[in-house]
Design a protein around this ligand. Sequence first.
Ligand code: PGA
Length: 264
Amino acid sequence: MQVVILENPDAVAEYGSQIFINRLKSSPKSVLGLATGSTPVALYKKLIEACEAKEISFSDVTTFNLDEYLGLSGEHPQSYRYFMNEQLFNHVDVNTANTYVPPGSAENPVVACKEYEDLIKQNGGIDIQLLGIGRNGHIGFNEPSSGLMSRTRVKTLTKETIEDNARFFGPDEFQPHLSITMGIGTILDSRKVVLLATGENKADAVRDAIEGPLAASCPASALQLHQNAVFVVDEAAASKLSQCDFYKHIEQENQKLIQQLATL
Ligand code: PGA
C-alpha cells in the first residue's frame, strides 16, 4: 500500500486528480470506477477543468459507480446517479450511455446485481477505482461485517451511515436504508485503487484501514490485500497513524526514484 499524506483537502484532490489525468492521457479508453460523497467533489472539479482545458477527454471512457440507494430512481435528487450527473457527467464530454450506476429502481435487485458484475467484466474490468471511506471504515456501502470477498449485492446501511447521510435529505423525505453496492471482492478486482480521506472524523477509520488487522469490522482494511492501492489523506485524516514519518519518507524516496527514472 502507498500512503500519501498531504497538507490539506485541496492537495488531496490535486494529487488524486493527477492520477486520473495521467491515466486518461496515456489510456483514453480507460474504465473508471467512481464514488459519491463529499470527498470526491473537489477531485471531480479538477477533472472538469482538465477536460475544459482539453488536457483530457472522457469521450472513450466508461465509468462504473460503486453504489446506489435502493428505492431511488436516477431522477431523484438524492440518488447517486443524479449526483454523478451534477458533479461530473454533465460537465465533461462523456457519453452518458457509457456511465453505469447500480440501478436503484431495479424491479429485481438480485438480478440487477449479477448484471452489474457481468457488465464490469464485459468492459474488461476497472482500471482505477476511486474510493472515499466512511467513519466506520466502509468502502462503497460495504458496511462493517461485509464479506471481504463479497460481490455486488443489496446491503443494509448502518445507523451511523444513515445518520451521516441524513444531511442530504429533507426532514420528511424518504431516506433509503438499503443500497446496491459493489462488493469488496469487486473493488479488489480493480487494477488500481485510490482512496481519498480528509478531516479528523476519518482518522480512526484511516488508522484501522492502514494499520489495523485485516478485518470485516473495517471493510477498507481489505485494501491491504491489493497490489496497487494508494491512500491519499490529509494531515487531519492521518493524525492517528503511528507511522506517519515512515510513510512520508517512503513517498519522498518514491518521488526521487520517479525523477531518476525520468532522466534515463
Ligand atoms: P464522504 O463519504 O466523502 O461524504 O465523507 C465517504 C463515504 O461514505 O464513503
